[in-house]
Design a protein around this ligand. Structure first.
Ligand code: CU
Length: 180
């Protein structure tokens, strides 16, 4: 191998990989360079594998190929939407507190409200008091749940200030700040 090629090889390889990645995902280079662009979740990967396997039941090779193409397209679309952030656990606790009661998130992070620290004597819920403009309040409302084996999880896709209260214990309040 000549020394010039050796020197350039890593760059050539990297460029090739980028091209491959962009081609496979079917997205624009701008989206591909976005580190937050997501891949499929484990569950989605499993569903994709199952769907591809089901394509083998088609009769003709042409039907099989069309089926696989449709599946790949469907899951490529899924991979490009709603990237997952981190999940913060908030304990819904007795006596009467959300712990922690101040949570700072990035867009697409989630909160998992967990009733494991609740005694089970009284129910609690998650009721939104303030949400940013354009957010549907009902999307963040849980029912009254009795601990300790209850959870409620929501993803925050819109930035802004959110506040929550337990509808039957007004001292149970919490704030969530979602930034870009
Ligand atoms: Cu409560």
């Amino acid at each position: 191998m000549n020394s010039l090629l050796k020197k350039r090889l890593p760059g050539i390889l990297a460029a090739g990989l980028v091209t491959l990645a962009v081609g496979a995902a079917g997205v624009t280079p701008a989206a591909a360079s976005d580190a937050s662009a997501s891949a499929l979740t484990a569950k989605q990967k499993k569903a994709k594998a199952k769907a591809l396997k089901a394509c083998n039941k088609k009769r003709t090779a042409k039907q099989k190929a069309a089926c696989k193409k449709a599946v790949n397209k469907r899951f490529a679309k899924l991979a490009n939407q709603a990237p997952k952030g981190k999940t913060v656990t908030v304990n819904v606790s007795d006596p009467y507190a959300y712990i922690p009661n101040q949570v700072n998130l990035k867009v697409n992070d989630s909160i998992l409200w967990d009733w494991k620290m609740a005694t089970g004597r009284e129910p609690h819920d998650v009721t939104p008091v303030t949400v940013p403009a354009g957010v549907n309040r009902n999307d963040f409302k849980s029912s009254l749940l009795i601990g300790p084996n209850a959870t409620f999880k929501r993803q925050f896709t819109k930035p802004g200030a959110y506040s929550f209260v337990c509808s039957i214990h007004f001292q149970m309040t919490m704030n969530v700040n979602v930034s870009r």
